[in-house]
Design a protein around this ligand. Structure first.
Ligand SMILES: Cc1cc2nc3c(=O)[nH]c(=O)nc-3n(C[C@H](O)[C@H](O)[C@H](O)COP(=O)(O)OP(=O)(O)OC[C@H]3O[C@@H](n4cnc5c(N)ncnc54)[C@H](O)[C@@H]3O)c2cc1C
Length: 416
C-alpha cells in the first residue's frame, strides 16, 4: 500500500496535519490506535496560559520570545507561530468547527471544578470569560440532570458566589434517562448525550429548564448536548431564552469527541483514508536514513509505503512515549528524545506540582524532522504532544502546540 504521506496518530495534531495535506493535494492515510486527548478536552485549545516560571500569560504571541530555545514554539519560530495561530480559527471553521478567541489576548474558561484557566480558542458550546474574575451573571440557576455525578453543581456554585453571583441549584428529570439511571456507571456524559440526541430529547430538557427559571439572568448546564451536531447547543440556548452557560464536565468530553469526529469526517471528505483501531508497530529505513515503510497490526505482512511520515502519536497518555524504570523511549521508530537521564528528575512527589516528565519528548530540527541515533530523518516529522520542550499541562499550551506544529509540518512537506 502506498500513500504520499502516512500520519501515525489521529488525535488533534494528526488530523489537522492530514486535513491540510489532503486539501492541498497530497494522498494521505492516518493510522490511529485509539482514543485521543480530545476525548478529555476542556472545550478550549490553549496556546500559552503560563510561563515555565508560573507567571500568567495575557498575550501568548508576545510571550513566545521569552520561552526556552527548546520549546516547540521557539523551534518553529515566532513569525510562523503567529501566522498559524492567526489562521487556526479559519482553518477550524473550514472544517465545520466554530471557535472564539484571539492569539494576542487569552480569555478564561471555567473548569469542571469552577476554577478559571487561560484559554485561546473556545469551542462554540462554551462562553469564554474576558477576565479571571468576570461574573457570569447576577443570579444563576445551575441545573444538573438527575443522577449525573460528573457535574459538580456545588463546586460551581461556590466558585460563582465568590464573584458575587447568587446561585440556585436544581435538577431536571427525564423519563428517557431512567434506564441509564438504574446503573450509576451508565450515567456518563456520552451516554446522556446519546439519549438527548435521540428523538430530540434535548428539547424536553430545554423546556424543563425554562420552566424552572424564576428571577435568574443566567442558566448553567453541563456540556452534555449535541454529540453529533453542535447546532443542538445553539438551539437549546434559544429555547431556554436567557443567557445559558455550558460548563465542561468530567471526562469523557462531549464537545471534544464531537470535534474529533468532525475533523475525522473532514479528513475523509477531502479524500484521506483513516484507519482506526490499528497500531503502527515498526518501520524500516532506506540507506540514506529516510523511512521506507511501516508495518501495522491489522495489515500484517502488507507494508505501508510513503514519501513522508508524520509521527503524531502523543505523549505517555496515548503511548506515543513509553517509560520503564530505566529509560524513556518512542516505540515505533526509536527516535531520539530529550529527557533527563536520572529518574529522580522525572517527577515531583507532590502530584499538584509541575511534573517534568510532561516536557520530555521528541528531539526535532527547525523543520520538525526527527533524529535516530543522532542522524536526521528527513522524511519523518514529529508533531503535537509527542514533541519535547513544553510542559503542556503546566503551561497550558497543548492545543496550540498540536495545531501549530501540525500546520508547520504540513507546510514543510508541501514545500519540500
Ligand atoms: C487528559 C488530557 C486532557 C487535555 N485537555 C486539553 C485541553 O482541554 N485543551 C488543550 O489545549 N490541551 C489539552 N490537552 C493537551 C493535549 O495533549 C493536546 O491538546 C492535543 O490534543 C494533543 O494531540 P496529539 O494529536 O498530539 O496527541 P493525542 O491526542 O494524544 O493523540 C495521539 C493518537 O495517536 C495514537 N497512537 C499512539 N501510538 C500509536 C501507534 N503506534 N499507532 C497508531 N496510533 C497511535 C493514539 O491512540 C492517539 O489517538 C490535554 C491532554 C490530556 C492528556
Amino acid at each position: 500500500m502506498r500513500f504520499d504521506t502516512v500520519i501515525i496518530g489521529g488525535g488533534l495534531s494528526g488530523l489537522v496535519c492530514g486535513i491540510r495535506l489532503q486539501k492541498s493535494g497530497k494522498n494521505c492515510a492516518i493510522i490511529s490506535a485509539g482514543q485521543s486527548a480530545m476525548h478529555f478536552s476542556s472545550g478550549t485549545f490553549d496556546l500559552l496560559g503560563r510561563m515555565p516560571d508560573g507567571s500568567v500569560v495575557e498575550n501568548p504571541l508576545e510571550a513566545i520570545d521569552r520561552l526556552d530555545a527548546g520549546h516547540p514554539y521557539s523551534i518553529i519560530g515566532k513569525e510562523k507561530v503567529a501566522r498559524y495561530a492567526t489562521e487556526a480559527p479559519d482553518f477550524l471553521a473550514g472544517c465545520g468547527i466554530t471557535v472564539k478567541g484571539d492569539a494576542q489576548s487569552n480569555s478564561w474558561r471555567i473548569t469542571p471544578t469552577g476554577e478559571r484557566k487561560p484559554a485561546w480558542l473556545t469551542l462554540g458550546d462554551f462562553t469564554p470569560l474576558t477576565s479571571k474574575n468576570e461574573k457570569i451573571g447576577t443570579k444563576a440557576l445551575i441545573v444538573n440532570i438527575l443522577g449525573y455525578l460528573d457535574f459538580n453543581t456545588k463546586f460551581l456554585a461556590d466558585s460563582f458566589e465568590k464573584q458575587g453571583t447568587v446561585c440556585r441549584i436544581a435538577s431536571i428529570r427525564l423519563e428517557e434517562m431512567e434506564r441509564l439511571r438504574k446503573n450509576p456507571s451508565e450515567m456518563r456524559s456520552t451516554n446522556i448525550a446519546r439519549v438527548m440526541d435521540r428523538d430530540n430529547i434535548w428539547e424536553k430538557a430545554a423546556s424543563q429548564v425554562k420552566e424552572m427559571i424564576k428571577d435568574e439572568d443566567v442558566v448553567v448546564l453541563p456540556a452534555v448536548f449535541g454529540l453529533k451536531n453542535a447546532e443542538t447547543v445553539e438551539t437549546m440556548r434559544k429555547a431556554i431564552g436567557i443567557k445559558t452557560v455550558f460548563v465542561a464536565t468530567m471526562p469523557p468530553s462531549v464537545p471534544g469527541i464531537r470535534t474529533q469526529m468532525t475533523l475525522k469526517a473532514e479528513f475523509e471528505r477531502a479524500g484521506g483514508r483513516f484507519f482506526i483501531g490499528d497500531s503502527v508497530i515498526e518501520a524500516d529505513f532506506n540507506e540514506d536514513n529516510t523511512v521506507k515503510s511501516v508495518a501495522t497490526y491489522n495489515f500484517g505482512d502488507i507494508r505501508v509505503y510513503a514519501d513522508d511520515f508524520v509521527l503524531a502519536t502523543g505523549s505517555f497518555f496515548s503511548k506515543g512515549l513509553i517509560a520503564t524504570p530505566e529509560k524513556i523511549y518512542e516505540p515505533v521508530f526509536g527516535i531520539d528524545l530529550n529527557y533527563e537521564e536520572k529518574r529522580d528528575g522525572w517527577f515531583d512527589r507532590n502530584f499538584w506540582n509541575r511534573q517534568n516528565y510532561i516536557s520530555f519528548g521528541a528531539k526535532v530540527s527547525e523543520k520538525l524532522n526527527t533524529y535516530v541515533d543522532g542522524r536526521p530523518v528527513e522524511n519523518l516529522y514529529a508533531i503535537g504532544s509527542l514533541l519535547g520542550g513544553s510542559n503542556t499541562l503546566y503551561e497550558g499550551c497543548g492545543g496550540g502546540v498540536a495545531i501549530i506544529s501540525a500546520l508547520a509540518a504540513a507546510d514543510e512537506i508541501l514545500h519540500k
